[in-house]
Ligand binder design. Sequence first.
Ligand SMILES: NC(=O)c1ccc[n+]([C@@H]2O[C@H](COP(=O)([O-])OP(=O)(O)OC[C@H]3O[C@@H](n4cnc5c(N)ncnc54)[C@H](OP(=O)(O)O)[C@@H]3O)[C@@H](O)[C@H]2O)c1
Length: 247
Amino acid sequence: MSLPASQSPVALVTGAARRVGRAIALELARAGCDVIVHHHRSAADALEVAAQIRGMGRRSECLAADLTNPAAVQALFLQIDALFGGLDVLVNNAAVFRRTPFPALDESAFDFHMDANLKAPYLCCLEAGRRMTAAGSGVIINLTDVAAERPFKNHVPYCISKAGLVMLTRGLAKALAPKVRVNAVGPGTVLFRDDEDDAARKAVIARIPMGRIGRPEDVAATVRFLALEAPHTTGQVLLVDGGRSLD
Ligand SMILES: NC(=O)c1ccc[n+]([C@@H]2O[C@H](COP(=O)([O-])OP(=O)(O)OC[C@H]3O[C@@H](n4cnc5c(N)ncnc54)[C@H](OP(=O)(O)O)[C@@H]3O)[C@@H](O)[C@H]2O)c1
């Protein structure tokens, strides 16, 4: 199996101060989890999320770490050991997404995306996976992207990082079974970026059969499902894209 039935599961959501990560943290708290609200720069927002979770009667702490620093990843998990005594759910949500058209492709664009979107989740999976296998149960959810399969020409390093994260999900699902389940949620467009004008936004929506972009809550509900309600599902990527990838 993958989670102890008796007590409140302890969940770590990386990048949980804002946007999609915030929605996931709140959804897992509503589902009965105690939640570690990891953040990097958004300390004030993280405090607000943790306060909301405590208001639901759940335990919550904000923990800061630059996940591209392996020593900081290690320190984060040691803090979790000290504060919570264990970890049942890891959600690797934190990521970077920078426009990198071909002329801007260089070593640093590659490292920037790979360090945050693949190496950091890899290190978090190792830390969590060791603890979960020792405890006999646990669940890991990685936030990937439809772009892991369908490349965006102006975001090649980002797409490579998310494709790697899909394979990390599938590989660890085999390596950590049967004690730990590892799945991924692959959103399509959920939140527009500030640099997308009205015409660009309409063009995106026109290609989505469901007629709208996703909401952070759509992604959060899918994370909750895979984490808490899918005991025989591992190594899968569940797309939340309104049918966009059917084309
Ligand atoms: N938004 C979408 O439309 C969409 C579409 C497809 C897939 N996704 C995926 O879904 C997830 C959430 O998306 P999002 O748009 O909400 O993400 P986001 O706002 O781009 O990033 C989430 C958080 O990641 C944290 N982060 C970035 N670099 C970090 C580092 N070095 N160390 C620690 N934390 C770091 C930041 O925390 P701080 O703010 O605290 O610094 C940030 O708030 C991501 O994995 C993304 O790739 C999103």
